[in-house]
Design a binder for this molecule. Structure first.
Ligand SMILES: [Zn+2]
Length: 267
C-alpha cells in the first residue's frame, strides 16, 4: 500500500508515529497550521511556530525518509483577536517562498463569528495575491452546514479564487455534496469521535465517488489516529473495493491536488 497523509499535525506527535506511518506506506505528509491547544500570546509565538513547520518538522520527518510539507495561516480559533491576527497575517508572506510551503491553511470558520469571517476573507485575499492554494477547515462544534455554506459563498464571490486549487476539509454527509457541486475538492477527516469514522467515510465515497476527494487523519493532540488513512484502506478492501480505487483515493488524488504547487514532488 502507498498513501499520502495530506493533513496531519505532526508537531503534536511522537517520532514513533513517523516510523509507523512510513512502515504503513506513507510517501509524504502535509501539515497545515492550526491551534496549539492554547491561544498564543503574541505574533512571535506564530513566528516560532512557522519556523517549526518549515524548518524543524521537515528535518524530523526526513530522518524517516518522509517528505514533509506545510500550510501557513492563523487558525480561526485565534481570529477573535483582530490586532494579533493582523500582525500574524503580515508575517506570512515572508515564509511563502520556503521550499516546503504549499499554500494558505487551514483557514476558515470555527464558530461562524463575524471576526472569523473578516480574518478568513483576509487570508483568501492573501492567498490570491500570492497565487497560493488554499486548505479550509470547517466547523465541528457549531453549525457545519452553515459554516460550509458561508465559506463557499465567500470563496465564490472572490473572482481570483479557482475552486480546483481549494480543498474544503472535514466534510460530512450533509456538506460533501455542497462542496463537490461548487467545484472544490473535499477532504474527509477520519477521527474517532468528531469529524468522520472510517465506515462513514467509505459510505460517502460509495455514494459520491472518488473524484476530487481525499482522506486524512488530522492526527493532532486530541484523540486521533495517525494511521487512520491506511486503516480505512484496509476496511475499503474488506468491503470489496479494488486496489485501483483505493490507490486513487489515498495516493493519486492527493498527489493530483498537491502537485498543482510545483514544490510538491515525490522522488
Ligand atoms: Zn487540522
Amino acid at each position: 500500500m502507498r498513501y499520502i497523509e495530506p493533513h496531519a499535525h505532526m508537531v503534536s506527535r511522537v517520532t514513533d508515529d513517523y516510523a509507523a506511518m512510513v512502515t504503513a506506506g506513507c510517501r509524504a505528509v502535509c501539515e497545515p497550521a492550526f491551534w496549539a491547544g492554547f491561544d498564543r500570546s503574541s505574533a512571535r509565538g506564530f513566528y516560532d511556530y512557522f519556523c517549526q513547520l518549515t524548518e524543524y518538522e521537515p528535518r524530523r520527518a526526513a530522518q524517516f525518509g518522509l517528505p514533509h510539507y506545510s500550510w501557513l495561516c492563523l487558525n480561526p480559533k485565534e481570529a477573535e483577536n483582530l490586532a494579533l491576527a493582523e500582525e500574524v497575517l503580515a508575517l506570512i508572506p515572508s515564509f511563502l517562498d520556503r521550499p516546503n510551503v504549499l499554500g494558505i491553511g487551514e483557514i476558515g470558520l470555527n464558530k461562524n463569528s463575524r471576526n472569523e469571517v473578516a480574518i478568513f476573507e483576509k487570508h483568501v485575499e492573501l492567498a490570491v495575491q500570492h497565487g497560493q492554494m488554499i486548505l479550509i477547515h470547517t466547523p465541528h462544534l457549531e453549525d457545519k452546514w452553515k459554516g460550509t455554506r458561508l465559506t463557499i459563498d465567500i470563496l465564490k464571490r472572490h473572482p481570483g479564487v479557482n475552486p480546483g486549487r481549494v480543498i474544503i476539509d472535514h466534510v460530512e454527509e450533509h456538506t460533501v455534496e455542497l462542496v463537490l457541486e461548487a467545484g472544490f475538492w473535499a477532504g474527509i477527516t477520519l477521527y474517532p469521535q468528531s469529524k468522520c469514522t472510517p465506515a462513514r467515510a467509505i459510505d460517502m465515497v460509495e455514494i459520491y465517488g472518488t473524484q476530487r476527494v481525499w482522506l486524512n487523519s488530522a492526527c493532532d493532540w486530541g484523540n486521533s489516529d495517525p494511521l487512520a488513512v491506511p486503516k480505512t484502506a484496509i476496511e475499503m478492501k474488506r468491503r470489496g473495493h479494488g486496489e485501483n480505487t483505493i490507490d486513487r483515493l489515498i495516493y493519486q488524488n492527493p498527489l493530483q491536488f498537491l502537485s498543482q504547487n510545483p514544490k510538491f514532488r515525490l522522488d
